[in-house]
Design a protein around this ligand. Sequence first.
Ligand code: KG4
Ligand code: ZN
Length: 338
Amino acid sequence: MLLAIETSCDDTCAAVLDGPRILSNVISSQAKAHEGFGGVVPEVAARHHLELATPVVEAALAEAGMTLDDVEAVAATAGPGLIGALLVGISTAKGIAAARRLPLIPVDHLQGHVAANFLEPEPLEPPFLCLIASGGHTLLAGVRDHEGFELLGQTLDDAAGEAFDKSARLLGLGYPGGPAIQREAEGGDPEAFEMPVAMSRNPGLDFSFSGLKTAVLYRCRELGPEGVEERKADVAASFQAAVVGQLTAKLKRALKVGEWDAVALGGGVAANGPLREAVGKLCEEMGVQLKLVPISLCTDNAAMIGSAARYAKPIPYPDYLGYDAFASGESATPAVAH
Ligand code: KG4
Ligand code: ZN
């Protein structure tokens, strides 16, 4: 049995897995704690993880009907993410593992989003193209095996989820912005406001979302506070359509270049209804398989970390006692190798 812990951002997560089978997947969201700030406050996140880590691990074990005696290895997200938040998760994992002389498996968070697709039921086998869009990342991953992925394109500025969160704040819609904008957009006209078509002439597979956020800012200024109240749904719908348009346009380009037979979506933005619909249509058009994991496996969770851990290298006790989390710029995989 594998115990996995994920604390890279504002969700405290623990899961118990038996191979590719999820026995429990507990997520304690801190969204309420960050709501008033319109985004995640790193220090607040780390403090909450500290309070929640033990009860969340206990809940995951209880839900799986297991005790620590059943755990054979402990996995945790090593990065990238908020360093204070990551340190709480990795230290908790080290503590549990060291007390029982178990191996520790550090996992790359992005590889976790990819590995959500390897879980039962109906695991997706590589090769496939994976679009990961979350609050911290937006990238296209070429997945050819279970161990890693090739970075085909990524955002040059804001992540897609970050653009949702910042635009929601401008519209007074609260945090997290993605679900709030999706709800608001339901009553709006996606063609009401023209939004910049970012990166359309860029031949590569990179993304850009900061121009969209700025466009929302300008529309809000032009409309004034009363106008924003009146046209909120239209601005939200126009913004959302532009994000979905860019993500699907790049996915289409990648499909043409790479001759992939299957597409998967990951990251919090993959919970977006109109995006799921648009990608569904695209895959049908292009004759490729679409794999959509449940929304609870798109947003941050520990089951995906446990799934990636199955293909990562365990560090035996006590070699991991000095192992550190990383905020960005490296991957958990090479760090394990030396
Ligand atoms: O993967 P995730 O849970 O955490 C990160 O690793 O960032 O993604 C969170 C992001 C937030 O920016 C949130 O606004 C966005 O995913 N999100 C959505 C939706 N649900 C969550 N964006 C658009 N539509 C949604 N329904
Ligand atoms: Zn994530």
